[in-house]
Design a protein around this ligand. Structure first.
Ligand code: FES
Length: 76
């Protein structure tokens, strides 16, 4: 299933990123490119990270890092 239509990123891509060490949506955005255009996928990315991240790091809600990395929709 496509999560980010702008960057053509699927839920499998995001789960793979998490399996390879991504621990927050900024990590997932950096690895996959998702979330950098319209931002409509950011909440779905957040849900996947929160549901599947083996370590629920507090970084998942660290909005300044999201902004710093240019994740679209971070200010919502
Ligand atoms: S749908 Fe992911 S940035 Fe637009």
């Amino acid at each position: 299933m496509y999560v980010c239509h702008c960057s053509v990123v699927t839920d499998r891509d995001i789960l793979e990123a998490i399996a390879n060490g991504a621990r927050c949506i900024a990590d997932v955005a950096r690895v996959t490119g998702a979330g950098r255009t319209c931002g409509n996928c950011v909440e779905s990315m957040r849900d996947l990270v929160c549901k599947h991240c083996p370590v629920r790091a507090e970084r998942t809600t660290e909005r300044p890092a999201e902004r710093e990395l240019g994740v679209a929709g971070a200010a919502r």
